[in-house]
Design a protein around this ligand. Sequence first.
Ligand code: 26Q
Length: 822
Amino acid sequence: AWRKHSATEFTSKDEFERDFVRHIETTLARSLYNCDELAAYSGTALAFRDRLIIEWNRTQQRQTFTDQKRVYYLSLEFLMGRALDNAMLNVGMKDVARDGLADLGFRIEDAITQEHDAALGNGGLGRLAACFLDSMATLNYPAWGYGLRYRYGIFKQEIVNGYQMEVPDYWLDNNPWEFPRHDITVDIQFYGHVTKYQDENGKVCHSWESGETVQAVAYDVPIPGYRTKTTNNLRLWSSKASSGEFDFQKFNAGDYESAVADQQTAETISAVLYPNDNLERGKELRLKQQYFWCAASLYDIVRRFKKTNRAWSEFPDQVAIQLNDTHPTLAIVELQRILIDVEGLEWDEAWRIVIGTFGYTNHTVLPEALEKWSVPLMQNLLPRHLQIIYDINLFFLQSVEKRFPNDRDMLSRVSIIEESHPKMVRMAHIAIIGSHKVNGVAELHSDLIKTTIFKDFVQIYGPDRFTNVTNGITPRRWLHQANPALSALIAEKLGGYEFLTDLTLLDKLETFVDDKNFRREWSDIKAKNKLRLARLIKDLTGYSVNPNSLFDVQVKRIHEYKRQQLNIFGVIHRYLSIKAMTPEQRKKVVPRVSIFGGKAAPGYWMAKSIIYLINSVAAVVNKDDDIGDLLKVIFIEDYNVSKAEIICPASDISEHISTAGTEASGTSNMKFVLNGGLIIGTCDGANIEITREIGEQNIFLFGNLAEDVEDLRHRHFYGGFQLDPQLKRVFETIKAGTFGDPSSFNSLISSIEEHGDYYLVSDDFNSYIATHEMVDKEFQNQEEWLAKSITSVARMGFFSMDRVTNEYADSIWNVEPLDIAD
Ligand code: 26Q
């Protein structure tokens, strides 16, 4: 009923089939008789794309016409995954497409899985940006995403002899979801020098004579909301030599090689996504990417604002720009530059506009992840911006000096410039000083930034500039799309799918917890999802796993702070325990499959050796006839969004076991619980709020608390260090060569035994093992387990991305959704 006469609707499967065939025969120039699954995907995608384009154009017209404040979400990462299934579900015509495809001899699932993931992100931060887009469109916010159109997204991971290998992810061929806008281009300047001059009124002005120009070309991606006409825009910039194909003067002068080289230099900017997650490893190219994207986006935003002929002072009433971490911080400096150098505003007026416009989201407290750029590098690449940064800093430090006279330490701590060799620009400081709101992504995390890394800024600005918005996930992709059977069961009980746009409605499920039939259906769905994952595991690894085992999953980027090493050491402990059992004892063991997945940054050796250890343990355990089904170890290669959609619905228990105080939020914890999995976790990030919502009897928490971490690290350092005896036994087994050449694992073990165990693996080992024993025990009581599973899902409403989007809109952006009349 929601879109009776909407342009997106296929009135019948015949109409879908007609469009499908037309695209096969004309757009793709193929015959229906020689149409494979890839063509079936393309035909379906093009048929749906036609419909999206119409609503997309109308949405843009509507937003221009109503002329309300818009949100711009700036993120270097958008981890979108596949688009077709999402588009069909949002438009509400998946069943029509399924029937139509069946008529033509195709299974819709086969078509859907042909699509290459859009993997323009590393992990949580990039996926959060994608969930934002889905939610902003669904709630009818006038919102744009701005990002980079990487030619290569996050690398594909292959496991070769147990080691991670990186393979380039070329994903752009035949991508029907992007529209090149060759008419929307911006020339972006780099290098060069700044000259001062006086204008006719004697005012001192700056002009930046740049040394290199690169062209930014817009590529637009439609973002359909769920069951709404709103189809928002994600604009991705691609880099290109500014003189077109290449420099014809050089070419005509016979300098062909250098003409081509210039072109390649320009195209390099948007060539590849940096594969570091929570680690700052910036090279000049990364800074170039950041400025290229910020400058192009701001030019676009300012151009759109200027069309409305408003006074500059109204800019913050029309524009909200959200910075996804510090990666887009140069946008602050660029807007100030445009306002003072190009538009001729006075500094103070310009700076008020800047602060009114920007909000900054922090995603980490890890010191190694805080972005810094060397002053000489910045001086060379962006000379005018560095001057402006110094001026921002000067005015800021003067104001701090007034409020905290004679506190030199305070000044040096909060200065944008770190007085090191070379000097460094602290990007988070610019982001805080240039924004009206700074937010963390879970309560603990937001408290931690206020009391540790940004403590001084709370003193300076007061507590109001800092706030918390706990992360969420879109239930459209992470429940309805990933787990259609569970979504349908819930809809049947609740009398419709309204919960997908108001997730708090899930609470009505609690009334069915004791319903025998309902429990049976709930558990059958989990069993089917486990079977689906077992098939994927068989395909990818060749290992057969027993789907009746307890599926224990840890999938996320590999990082020492996330502690996959704790997990695999726990698996080794379990292996040794089973080996030591009598046949009688073994009968009581709960069979378990330990499933891992995740990528390591290519230069992160410790993370890579964790992957190697997991695979080495798998190779021994999985072929040990003594063990059989009691324990299997699986590493799923190339973990990505589309694999997550299969993995999340299939877990019995998932692991979110970071050292307390290190994981800002985590979002996969929410995905697993929303799909009826229980979790084992530390008191970290959003785990704490998940516990508050679902009840502590429904989660397995263990380990030291964030408040005790500093003390423990201090004790490791001074009071000596006592290795947990059970962990010691695990280390001895590794050192004995049980899992191959032990020298491969030296650094992993010595970081704990000898180098202070920074992530407290040993301190938490005992309670980790004990908690897993509780998991086994409780899993044997399936009825209780099911009650926990259902109750938890019923209480997950808080973690909808829609709640998150509305909180940002109210407390940071001050924007209203658009009224969509029929
Ligand atoms: C920085 C400089 C140079 C190169 C790369 C980077 C870089 C890239 C990606 C730094 C950090 C990231 C990604 C961080 C990230 O994913 N953080 C996660 O964000 C999630 C969403 O808020 C949280 O749930 C996670 O807790 C947090 O780790």
